[in-house]
Design a protein around this ligand. Structure first.
Ligand code: ATP
Length: 256
C-alpha cells in the first residue's frame, strides 16, 4: 500500500538509568514526505535518531520500516535496509577527498562498515566503476565538481555539509535522516539548503525525517511536524498547527 507510512514509531521508550529520554513516543513518516522533528535542547531528538540508526537500544516500543521491525538489526545493516543519515557534527573522513568520501557512501550500502571500506579502498587503490559513476553523478548534482579531488579538511564547513549530504544520498536511502543540517550554516547557505532538501526529495523519491532547530527551515520545508519535550510527544500536525500550539510555544519560551 503506497499510502502506508514508510516509517512507524510506536510507543518508543528509552531510559538511561533514571533518565527517561523518550517516553512512549509514536508517530508515522508517510512515504515521500518531509517530516520535521522539533523540540528544545534535551527533548530526545538525537536519542530518537540514534534509535533509528540502531546506535541506541530502545527500552520498549516498536520501530518499523516498510512494515518490518528494524529492532533486531545491527547498526551496520541500516544502509542496506534503506536508511541513510547525516550527523550534527559531520562524520566525514577529513584526509580523504570529496570523491573518496562519496564513494564510501556507495560502498556502505553493500558493505555496511564505513571504516573497513575506507581502509580496503586505500590499500587496493581499486575503484569499483559502477560506484565511481554514482559518485560522479552526485558530485555533479551537488555542484561539487570543482572540489571533487580536494581533501575534505581543506574545505569550508558549508561545503563539507554538502559532501556529507552527497555521501548519505550515495547510500541510495529510502528514508533519509538529517540531523540539524542547518547548524553552523550562514543565512544564504540555509536558503540553499531548503532548496536542496526539497529538490532532492523530489528527484530521488525520498522520505525525509529532519531534526532541526532552525525554525524557518523546518517550518518552510516540512509537510508534517512532530514536537517533543522532555521525551514526550507534545504535538503533531502541519507546520501552521504546531506553531500555534500553546504547549509548543510554552516549551520554547521555557527554554530561554
Ligand atoms: P539537542 O537539541 O540539544 O541535541 P535532543 O533533543 O537531541 O537535544 P537528546 O540528546 O536526545 O536531546 O537527549 C535527551 C535526554 O537523554 C537528555 O536528558 C540527555 O541528557 C539524555 N541522554 C542522551 N543520550 C544519553 C546517553 N548516552 N546517556 C545518558 N543520557 C543520555
Amino acid at each position: 500500500d503506497p499510502k502506508e507510512a514508510l516509517l512507524r514509531v510506536r510507543d518508543v521508550v528509552v531510559r538511561f538509568g533514571g533518565i527517561v529520554a523518550l517516553d512512549q513516543v509514536s508517530f508515522d513518516v508517510p512515504r515521500q514526505q518531509i517530516v520535521g522533528l522539533i523540540g528544545p535542547n534535551g527533548a530526545g531528538k538525537t536519542t530518537l535518531f540514534n534509535c533509528l540508526s540502531r546506535l541506541y537500544e530502545t527500552t520498549s516500543g516498536g520501530i518499523e520500516l516498510d512494515g518490518l521491525s528494524i529492532l533486531n538489526l545491527p547498526a551496520h545493516a541500516m544502509a542496506a535496509r534503506g536508511i541513510g543519515r547525516t550527523f550534527q557534527n559531520l562524520a566525514l573522513f577529513p584526509s580523504a577527498t570529496v570523491f573518496e568520501n562519496i564513494l564510501i557512501g556507495c560502498h556502505t550500502r553493500t558493505h555496511g562498515n564505513l571504516l573497513a571500506d575506507m581502509l580496503s579502498l586505500r590499500r587496493s587503490r581499486q575503484v569499483n566503476r559502477a560506484a565511481a559513476v554514482v559518485a560522479n553523478e552526485l558530485i555533479a548534482y551537488l555542484r561539487l565538481g570543482e572540489v571533487a579531488h580536494r581533501r575534505v579538511a581543506e574545505l569550508p564547513f558549508g561545503t563539507q555539509k554538502r559532501v556529507e549530504f552527497a555521501r548519505a544520498l550515495a547510500m541510495k536511502p529510502r528514508l533519509l535522516l538529517l540531523d540539524e543540517p542547518a547548524c553552523g550554516l550562514n543565512h544564504e547557505e540555509v536558503e540553499g539548503l531548503a532548496d536542496l532538501i526539497r529538490g532532492t526529495q523530489r528527484d530521488f523519491d525520498l522520505t525525509v525525517l529532519l531534526v532541526e532547530h532552525h525554525m524557518g527551515l523546518v517550518m518552510g520545508i516540512s509537510d508534517w511536524i512532530v514536537a517533543l519535550n522532555f521525551g514526550r510527544r507534545i504535538a503533531a500536525g502541519t507546520p501552521a498547527q504546531v506553531q500555534a500550539n500553546p504547549e509548543v510555544i510554552a516549551a520554547y519560551l521555557g527554554e530561554s
